[in-house]
Design a protein around this ligand. Structure first.
Ligand SMILES: [Zn+2]
Length: 59
């Protein structure tokens, strides 16, 4: 059995990242621009799960 990888969550948009650095980048972006940066969001667990992000939930 594989251990579940720890995911970090951006407190602003709620996306999950395996990488704390990406999480912090996302949070910084979300806080500043009140929107998601697709370049960052595509690194999230959600983006990988859905393969493509058609819509990002605002707030
Ligand atoms: Zn975010």
């Amino acid at each position: 059995m594989k251990a579940k990888p720890k995911l970090y969550q951006c407190p602003e948009c709620g996306l999950h990242y395996r990488d704390i650095a990406a999480t912090k980048k996302c949070q910084a972006w979300c806080t500043k621009y009140k929107s998601c940066n697709l370049e960052i969001a595509k690194l999230s667990g959600e983006a990988k799960a859905h393969k493509r992000l058609t819509k990002l939930k605002a707030n």
